[in-house]
Design a protein around this ligand. Structure first.
Ligand code: CDT
Length: 300
C-alpha cells in the first residue's frame, strides 16, 4: 500500500513580542523532530509566523502591516525552506499575505521536497466581524483584515500525493471537503487558531474542542480523506486558544492527537489505500452521488 509519513506540528503561543526569527527557529526544530520520527510531510498552523492578530483592533497601518508577509519565502522564512529541502521534507504553512497590489489574504502554501511552492490557498470562510466590538473581551477581525480568498479549493499533486488545503473555519463546512474530495484529494491539511472563548454567546469551553473534532472526523469519513490539522494554541498574551491538533483517518478515527498546549509534533504513517477503499465502494461518487438532488447547496 502507498503510505505517507504525515506529521502535524502544533505550536504553543506566539506572543506579540516574539520575533519571526524565533518563531521560524521553533518551526525548524519541529521539522527536524518530524523527520527523525519518519515523517515526509509536516503541517504547520494558520498564521504560524505571528500571534493571532485578528484579536486586536489595530488602527495604525504600519503596525498592522508588520503581521503580513510581502513575499514568500522572504529572508526571515528562508531558513525553514532551506532546512526542509535539506531534509527532503514537504510542508504546509499558514501566514498573512499582503500582495504587491495591496490585497490581504489569510493564506497557506504547500512546499514540495525540492523546496518549491507547489500550491497556494487563500481562506474562503472568514469568521468573525469587521466592526470594533467595544464590549467584547477581544476581537475576531478576520473580516476586516482579510479579503475572501480568490483561488477556490484546489488539489495539488505534491510529490505524488494529492493534497487539498483549507484554513481553520473552513474545516467546519462540509462543502470544503466535498469540493476537495471531488478532485480526488487524498489528504486535507489545515491550520487553525481557535479562541477558547466565544465572544458572541456563552458557549461552554468544552464544546470548542468537541465541535472542532467532530467536524473533521465526520468530514474525513464522508469524503474518504485523511485530515491533518495543526493548531496554534495555549495562551497568547493572556488570550487562550484550544489545542487538540489531530490526524484523522478516512475511517473518521483520530490516529494521533496532541496532548499539550505547547509546540508538539504528532506523527503517523498514513495508509492512503484506506481512503481508496471507501472511494471504490460506499463513497464511489460516480456510482452513487445524486447531484441533481443537491442543487440547493449551490444556490444563495
Ligand atoms: N481562525 C479561525 O477561523 N477561527 C475560528 C473561530 C470561530 S469563532 C469566530 C474557528 O472556526 O475556529
Amino acid at each position: 500500500n502507498r503510505t505517507l509519513g504525515l506529521a502535524v506540528a502544533q505550536m504553543g503561543a506566539v506572543n506579540l513580542a516574539d520575533s519571526r526569527e524565533a518563531v521560524v527557529g521553533r518551526l525548524i526544530e519541529m521539522l527536524r523532530e518530524a523527520k527523525s520520527r519518519g515523517a515526509e510531510h509536516v503541517v504547520f498552523p494558520e498564521l504560524a509566523l505571528t500571534t493571532f492578530f485578528p484579536r486586536y483592533w489595530i488602527e495604525d497601518q504600519e503596525e498592522l502591516d508588520r503581521f503580513y508577509e510581502k513575499t514568500m519565502p522572504n529572508p526571515q522564512v528562508q531558513p525553514l525552506f532551506d532546512e526542509a529541502r535539506k531534509l527532503e521534507m514537504s510542508f504546509y504553512l499558514g501566514y498573512a499575505e499582503l500582495t504587491p497590489e495591496g490585497r490581504r489574504f489569510n493564506t497557506s502554501i504547500l512546499v514540495n521536497k525540492a523546496g518549491n511552492i507547489a500550491g497556494k490557498y487563500r481562506k474562503i470562510h472568514l469568521p468573525g466581524h469587521s466592526d470594533h466590538k467595544l464590549d467584547a473581551p477581544f476581537q475576531h477581525l478576520e473580516k476586516k483584515y482579510f479579503e475572501v480568498g480568490d483561488l477556490g479549493f484546489r488539489v495539488f499533486n505534491l510529490d505524488e500525493t494529492l493534497f487539498g488545503m483549507c484554513l481553520c473555519n473552513d474545516r467546519r463546512w462540509p462543502e470544503t471537503y466535498r469540493v476537495l474530495s471531488l478532485q480526488s484529494a487524498e489528504v486535507v491539511v489545515l491550520g487553525y487558531n481557535t479562541p477558547s472563548v466565544n465572544i458572541h454567546w456563552n458557549e461552554p469551553v468544552h464544546l470548542r474542542t468537541s465541535t472542532h473534532l467532530i467536524s473533521m472526523q465526520a468530514s474525513a469519513y464522508q469524503n474518504a480523506v485523511w485530515v491533518a490539522a495543526a493548531g496554534k494554541c495555549g495562551s497568547e498574551d493572556g488570550f487562550h486558544m484550544i489545542g487538540s491538533s489531530v490526524i484523522v483517518a478516512p475511517t473518521g478515527e483520530i490516529v494521533a492527537r496532541a496532548i499539550t498546549e505547547e509546540d508538539e509534533v504528532i506523527v503517523t504513517k498514513a495508509d492512503l489505500q484506506i481512503g481508496e477503499n471507501f472511494r471504490q465502494h460506499v463513497f464511489n461518487f460516480a456510482k452513487h452521488r445524486s447531484p441533481e438532488h443537491y442543487r440547493l447547496i449551490v444556490e444563495r
